[in-house]
Design a protein around this ligand. Sequence first.
Ligand code: API
Length: 275
Amino acid sequence: MATRFTKMHGIGNDFVIVDWREDAGRVPNAARIRALADRHTGIGFDQLISIEPSRDASCAFYYGLWNADGSPAAQCGNGVRCVAAWLYRDGVIERNEPVRLESPSGPVTVRVLDDHNVTVDMGEPDFDPARVPLDHAPHATYTLHAGGEEVSFGAVSMGNPHGVVFVDDLADPRIDHLGPLLTAHPIFPQGANIGFVQRVATDRLKLRVHERGSGWTQACGTGACAAAAVSQALGLAAPVVAVELPGGTLTIEWHGPGHTLWMTGPAAFVFEGEV
Ligand SMILES: N[C@H](CCC[C@H](N)C(=O)O)C(=O)O
């Protein structure tokens, strides 16, 4: 049976969105996901996202997430902005209406600002290593050895695991080698999305992310949240910071422990299809 889908992206982090509101609980086959994610023989995407009936009565809908390698994911910042824009275009949510959506890692609240931009309450960053998860006692920063390098990093969960590495220059060729090594490093029992961040100013960061399950992406929404949160926790960034990724810029606002973190940025439609 053919499946209709919508191709979307959030500053170049791209998605196939499927409407499973009549079809809850489907778990797509990992091999099929990999085939559809292939950018030559499939549709091509960083993540597959389903829209389903919510399991939590306080949420309007549930969204399922799978990486290009077929692995399930627990949160997707660029993806949830696209889900919000999709629901707004479908007429089921209004502009400026706060709407709770349920993700695999719990609820977030979205608000469609206009035809192109969405703001999301992503919840509170969680620095407890047990919940990142990270196999280490709690510290402000951590050190590991990979690829012949000693790497210092911060770690935080945005519902999914993140390592954040501060670098002087994002053009450093060692980054290309380190990204995959850190994503798969045993200190991260479930793997991790690894952000390399260059501080431009206290209110501007430049970021590249090697994503667990999808590799280097044009952007990573939870990665931008993680980079901002670690920077702010270390006193290296202001509460409102622009995070510049290869595909575009997100605004992250976080006022420290006890506060939730807001991510604001675009969501774009590319095409509709059937597969
Ligand atoms: N690769 C991530 C999921 C997608 C996150 C990213 N696309 C975002 O916008 O947050 C993980 O396995 O945790």
